[in-house]
Design a protein around this ligand. Structure first.
Ligand code: FDA
Length: 402
């Protein structure tokens, strides 16, 4: 069996669906195919089931790419207000949380239903359970051979333009695959090496054990390295360190590097302990810290940072030693053994090199009428609705020009 469409989009996720109805609005016949049995699985899982679908303030600085200017044009053409207007039109109830993050009030299902409604109204066809076997460029565009995963029905699709919207590698159980990178490579594109992003850190040895013992504890910290700094909550878990501060920092971290955590960002701990020594010379360090940190954490830090002095009164500690301990509380430096990886990562860093893709249209500079949108590109957003912001903006830029 063979069919012909103007635009074939591979990937019925956030960017694929958004591109589909916008392209159809320009009068194109649009078919979206996906190998999964359901469209938009990641949307349903996002934001803890409430989908942080956009941020009120989206700027190029919220994105990581080898080519940082790439996002500018698409982000300026499709802005948060545009998506909010769409959400309002569909009467999707939402709420604003800290830092301008907009979440569904009820369920992420509302965002997926909105996208699918728009697709239906615009006449977009969606075929699920459809695996792509081969893509060939020809004079009329692309010939894509597909097979239905359940009934083995083979369909060849001829399309004038082909949009790759297959996302990144995070969470394979939600349909993630490296397919987009394979297609890019087939047409001569470079791939910026990929790694898991917005992902918790793992630790081994003594530090790992200590962190595990504090599972469930959350703390407002400043987490930083030489590339970025985030003042956000951090969460101790059975596997390592998580919470927004760690997820954000993971985007700027490479295996083998250190991270630093200011456990008491509002307090100069050197000065605090020196003052305590003067005011309460008989105090132990752990007693001096009691008003500032949870007891469990103080006990764990004591074993790690000042075990030799745990029973020494402040009066008997040299100022240099106090300074060293205070400095560590404001700059606890750790070396993660890794991250929890693609199994739980929210995003994939790296991807199709944006230097070979037009930032205005998302079209390949190497193969006419081939487009890449969303997370498959080497564009990764911060936590806070920025990854969907990129999915919408890149899809819109593509749909406009296709
Ligand atoms: P997306 O992953 O949405 O879609 C890709 C589609 O391609 C999938 O449907 C997949 O099945 C399909 N596909 C893959 N390989 C294929 C193949 N070989 N053949 C056919 N189809 C194929 N972002 C945000 O801004 N706010 C948030 O709240 C969250 N929360 C969140 C939670 C969790 C758990 C995760 C994993 C991720 C998030 N994100 C997020 C990130 C966000 O979900 C992500 O960046 C976007 O969904 C990316 O949109 P894409 O369309 O590029 O890929």
């Amino acid at each position: 069996m063979s069919i012909s469409v103007d635009t074939l989009i591979i990937g019925a996720g956030a960017s694929g669906l958004f591109c589909a109805f916008n392209a159809a609005a320009y009068g194109k016949s649009v078919l979206v195919i996906d190998h999964a049995n359901k469209a938009g699985k990641k949307i349903l899982m996002s934001g803890g089931g409430r989908c942080n679908f956009i941020n009120r303030q989206v700027e190029p600085r919220h994105f990581i790419s080898q080519n940082p200017h790439f996002v500018k044009s698409a982000l300026s053409k499709y802005q948060p207000e545009d998506f909010i207007a769409l959400v309002d039109r569909h009467q999707v109830a939402y709420q604003e949380r800290e830092y301008g993050q907009l979440f569904c009030k009820h369920s992420a299902k509302d965002i997926l239903a909105m996208l699918l409604n728009e697709c239906r109204t615009a006449g977009v066809q969606i075929r699920l359970d459809t695996a792509v076997e081969r893509i060939c460029a020809n004079d009329a565009g692309f010939m894509v051979s597909t097979k239905h995963k359940r009934n083995d029905l083979a369909i060849t699709i001829q399309a004038s333009s082909l949009v790759i919207a297959t996302g990144g590698l995070s969470i394979p159980t939600l349909g993630a695959s490296g397919f987009g990178y394979q297609v890019a490579t087939q047409f001569g594109h470079q791939i910026i090496p990929t790694r898991a992003g917005l992902v918790p850190f793992t630790f081994t040895d003594k530090t790992g054990e200590m962190i595990k013992s504090l599972a469930g504890l959350s703390l407002d910290v400043v987490a930083y390295n030489d590339k970025a700094s985030f003042a956000l909550p951090m969460l101790f878990t059975h596997r390592g360190l998580s919470g927004p501060a760690m997820l954000q920092l993971s985007n700027y971290w490479q295996l083998g590097e250190h991270i630093t955590i200011d456990l008491l960002p509002h307090q100069d701990m050197i000065q605090y302990l020196l003052d305590a020594k003067r005011a309460h010379p008989k105090q132990l360090i752990r007693t001096a810290l009691t008003p500032l940190l949870p007891k469990k954490l103080i006990t764990a830090l004591e074993a790690l940072l000042w075990q030799a002095y745990q029973d020494t009164e402040l009066a008997n500690l040299k100022d240099d030693i106090i300074r060293h301990i205070g400095a560590q509380l404001n700059a606890w430096t750790l070396k993660p053994s890794g991250t929890e990886g693609y199994r739980v990562a929210e995003v994939t860093l790296g991807g199709v090199d944006t230097r070979e893709v037009s930032g205005k249209t998302m079209e390949s500079r190497l193969q006419p009428n081939l487009y890449f949108i969303g997370e498959v590109l080497d564009v990764t957003g911060w936590l806070g609705g920025y990854n969907f912001a990129w999915a919408w903006a890149s899809a819109y830029a593509c749909a406009e020009s296709i």
